[in-house]
Design a protein around this ligand. Structure first.
Ligand code: FES
Length: 87
């Protein structure tokens, strides 16, 4: 598990192992666009403000992964304990 801090909405949410970041954001009432929910379309991309994403999508290039400034919240997770997102 890890935590997601939502800077724009002021929410702090726990992401358990059996849920995606997308699911947790939606359950908290935040609106995130999504389509494939499988890391291939790019619709659910959010900006990462702090923390390191554990990229599990097939959208971002190697350079974009290394930058760590964006992530696909339907599949990607966190390397550490906290991710801060622009939502
Ligand atoms: Fe398609 Fe996340 S919904 S990449």
């Amino acid at each position: 598990p890890f935590e997601v801090v939502c800077r724009a909405s002021g929410k702090r949410l726990r992401v358990p192992a059996d849920k995606s970041v997308l699911q947790v954001l939606r359950e908290a009432g935040l609106r995130v666009e999504s389509s494939c929910r499988d890391g291939v379309c790019g619709t659910c991309e959010l900006r990462v403000l702090a923390g390191t994403p554990d990229h599990r999508d097939s959208v971002l290039t190697a350079e974009e992964r290394a930058e760590g400034t964006h992530m696909m919240v339907c599949v990607s997770r966190a390397v550490g304990d906290v991710l801060e997102l622009d939502i």
